[in-house]
Structures are given as C-alpha cells and as structure tokens.
Design a protein around this ligand. Structure first.
Ligand code: AKG
Ligand code: FE2
Length: 277
C-alpha cells in the first residue's frame, strides 16, 4: 500500500476537495482486497453479489444504482484487517490536516452491469456528525472508466457547501436546486485502474456515471471521522440504543463503533501499535 503523500498532493486535495492516487495497492494487495470484499459481501447476502431475494426486491431506482453493504469491517475479519490500518488513518489525517481519525463506516459500492448513475450528492450531511474535514477513501477493485461508472467531482464545491443535501434519487441534478452556483463548474471524472484510489472531502459534490457495460464496477470505500467530532442528532449507522444514548454535542468516541485509526499524539500511537501488533 502506497501511503506516501507529497505536500503537493495534500495542497491539491485541500484546493479541489479530492485527490486520485494511482497504483495505491500492489497487484497482490489488490487481489486480497477483492477477495476479502467479495467474501464479506457474499456472506452478507446469500449469493455472490445479489441474493435471489434481493433480486426480487430490487425494484427501486436506488437498488439499481449499486449494491451497497455497510460496515463489513464489523463482521468480516479480512476486511477488518484491511480497513483498520493506521496507514489509512494517517493518510486521511494528513490530507485533512487533523490530528486523529476514527472510522465512521466502510461500504462496498458495487455497480452491477447496466447500473443507474449515482446522483450528485454530499456525504457528510448523511452522517451523525457535521465536519468540514471529514473525508472518504474510494478504492477501485475493478478499473473504473467513463463507460462503467467512474466517480465525478465538482472541484472546489466543498468550500462553499453548507450541510444541505439531496438524496441519491432519479434526478441526478437535484443538487443544483440547492446549490445553483455550482451549475457552471466543469465536472472532473476520476478514471482509475483497479488498485488505485481516491480520497474525497465529505462536503464535495460527487456522483458517478451509469454502468454502460455488461461488467461489474466494484469499489470499497470508508469514511473517516476526525477525532473529537460531536453528535449532530442524526441516526445514520448508529443503533437505536446508541442513538438514544447520545445528546447533541456529545463526542462520538466509542472505540467499538468508531475505532481510532490514527492519532499524531505519541501515547495514542503507542497504544495503537500495541493493538495492531
Ligand atoms: O461509487 C459510487 O457510485 C458512489 C460513491 C460515493 O458516493 C462515495 O464513495 O461517497
Ligand atoms: Fe458519496
């Protein structure tokens, strides 16, 4: 895993709100990521990608945007080893220029053959804390191309985003009703070879094209929450019990639900090194 970041890359991320890192994984690592994610998704559902039951239910537009499986790190040991990697946390903290990062949630996002496009949206407004520094990694498990639904970003939109959002619905341009000032921005496609990745700010407008091919476009993603982020009243991935236990303003520091991946302070680093052996 190539976790090295140059100052130029960090500056470019801060300016544009996203960065593509080519050749992030070695071919061997890519194989492990693919196998681990496939295994975890298979175990969640009943079949390789979609169970028959899900196929019968897959009637809504969103079901055909992608197969989405959240928090695979929590029930799959192989995915857990890949996602709970302090190297990922350090990259995220360096890009965001914060001291520490926790896992918010991971998710496999798998565009089926002929999948719908992913409408323009922001990520952080869905989540249970509000942060201008939060970000996600998106790891390409297959080549992501203009044909099969690579990501697109509106460069710089993170700077003027408020926390208003739209759902990922059938009108991919709904977001421009909230942010008409973004209508003139030229979208930047992020084509990538399998094993490359991108990071994007939780407030940047992004989406993905339709999958116009008979092949799969698999991606594994993870959202990173800056350490010290506080509950904003939204449930998102929190269980009913956790949700009921928080008051707005409480720091989300549950090490079971949101493990600390990385922190610059030495005592944290030593503790994390001990945990990861
Ligand atoms: O993979 C996609 O189609 C969308 C990805 C996305 O929205 C994200 O990773 O935040
Ligand atoms: Fe997103």
């Amino acid at each position: 895993m190539n976790t090295h970041l140059t100052q130029k890359q960090i500056d470019s991320y801060q300016e544009n709100g996203f960065i593509v890192i080519h050749d992030f994984l070695t071919p061997e690592e890519l194989e492990e990521w693919r196998e681990a994610v496939d295994e975890a998704v298979r175990k969640r559902g009943k079949q390789r990608i979609l169970s028959q039951e899900e196929k019968d239910r897959a009637e809504t537009y969103y079901d055909y945007v992608f197969v989405q499986r959240v928090n695979l790190w929590q029930d799959n040991e192989r995915v857990r080893r890949l996602i709970l990697d302090p190297g990922l946390g350090k990259m995220a903290a360096d890009l965001a220029r914060v001291d520490g990062m926790r896992i918010w949630h991971d998710q496999a996002l798998i565009k089926q053959p002929w999948a719908n496009p992913t409408g323009w949206h922001l990520d952080n407004p869905y989540w249970s804390y509000s942060s201008r520094d939060t970000l996600s990694i998106w790891v390409a498990l297959d080549d992501a191309t203009l044909q099969n639904g690579c990501l697109y970003f509106l460069p710089g939109s993170h700077k003027t985003a408020t926390f208003d959002n739209v759902g990922i619905g059938e009108n991919i341009s709904d977001i421009f009703r909230i942010y008409p000032q973004w209508k003139e921005i030229m979208a930047a496609p992020a084509e990538m070879k399998a094993g490359s990745c991108s990071f994007h700010n939780g407030l940047i407008a992004h989406g993905a094209g339709a999958n116009m091919t008979p092949g799969w476009r698999r991606a594994m993603t993870c959202g990173f929450m800056p350490d010290g982020s506080a509950f904003n009243g939204k449930q998102n991935i929190l269980s009913d019990e956790q949700f009921a236990s928080y008051t707005i303003g409480d720091v989300l520091d549950d090490d079971i639900q949101n493990p600390l991946l990385y922190h610059r302070a030495k005592p944290y680093r030593e503790k994390l090194e001990k945990i990861s052996g």
